[in-house]
Design a protein around this ligand. Structure first.
Ligand code: AMP
Ligand code: MN
Ligand code: MN
Ligand code: MN
Length: 283
């Protein structure tokens, strides 16, 4: 069976491995097809492509775009995008600019809570500083001893209702899907079970997503229970959407799934790579 993993992060966003190290790790894990899907940034794809060629891995150009839909944050994956497409690049740059503003708001709230220096502190964990996110705040807070690990620091400080949470307006669903489609890519809803949408709201999202030209659901994700995998496999089949699979790998010690260590898609799903005209490295 093809070893394919279509969701992971490098140091360009909030992963722990550089794009080259990530590819090396993927090769060790036997991954044959890998999509690098950094949050709101496509810069890592150049380095990843060079490394992937060396390791005989088929690299899919990807991105994970932050979206606000009906007041909720959603993540939309773009697969097979053209990273040079200007509207996509400009859109992502504006999201990253918004991240700096949000980071100031997060830091101001943590200040009020008595935790100072978190803006600079988070940036110290943010690689070359192109993109700042909550994970960088999480790593800073752990380093300062405010929690034992990244997972618990989110629960204590960084999720809605906690002292370090700042609401934020991301791109619209229409913008994200428009940039992805305009660049020749496929738009996929990342980890759909994570948003905990009720039946009606989920139906509204799926309908709007399809109308806007979205083509797939990430069925296999570490965020999903076996029941949720089956539920979203069912939704994908019902709506003629492709099914995708990804580890959402962020690096050693911070992820539930290792790269390429994914359960198979449920029977009856049409994989998102069904029509891809790529030379699959080893298949
Ligand atoms: P941001 O886009 O900056 O709001 O950060 C979102 C990222 O934070 C996700 O992609 C995950 O990497 C991480 N994250 C979100 N929620 C959690 C959580 N409960 N535990 C650990 N990491 C989380
Ligand atoms: Mn992340
Ligand atoms: Mn995500
Ligand atoms: Mn992700």
């Amino acid at each position: 069976m093809l070893n394919i993993d279509l969701h992971c992060h490098s140091t360009i966003s909030d992963g722990l491995l550089t794009p080259s190290r990530l590819i090396e790790h993927a090769a060790l894990r036997g991954v044959e097809v890998l999509a690098l899907t950094d949050h709101d940034d496509v810069t890592g794809l150049v380095e990843a492509r060079i490394a992937a060629r060396e390791k005989n891995i088929t690299l899919i150009n990807g991105v994970e775009i932050s979206v606000t839909w009906r007041g909720r944050t959603l993540h939309i994956l773009g697969l097979g995008i053209d990273p040079e497409y200007l509207p996509l690049q400009q859109g992502l740059a504006s999201i990253r600019a918004g991240r700096v503003e949000r980071a100031r708001n997060i830091a101001a709230q943590l200040d009020r809570y008595g935790i100072t220096g978190s803006f600079e502190g988070a940036y110290a964990f943010a690689g070359d500083g192109r993109l700042i996110g909550r994970t960088h705040f999480a790593r800073f807070l752990v380093a300062k001893g405010h929690a034992k690990d990244v997972r618990s620091v989110f629960k204590k400080y960084l999720i809605k209702g906690k002292p370090g949470y700042a609401p934020h307006q991301w791109a619209t669903l229409a913008e994200a899907i428009g940039w992805i489609r305009g660049s020749g890519g496929q738009a996929i809803i990342a980890h759909p079970a994570r948003y905990q949408l009720g039946k009606n709201v989920l139906e509204a999202l799926l309908n709007e997503f399809c109308e806007l030209g979205g083509v797939g659901l990430e069925v296999i994700s570490p965020s999903h229970t076996p029941d949720q995998i089956n539920l979203f496999a069912h939704h994908a089949q019902r709506l003629n959407l492709f099914a995708s699979c990804g580890s959402d790998y962020h690096g050693p010690g911070e992820s539930y799934f290792d790269l390429g260590q994914l359960p198979p898609l449920p029977a009856g799903c049409i994989p998102v790579w069904h029509d891809w005209k790529i030379e699959l490295a080893l298949s």
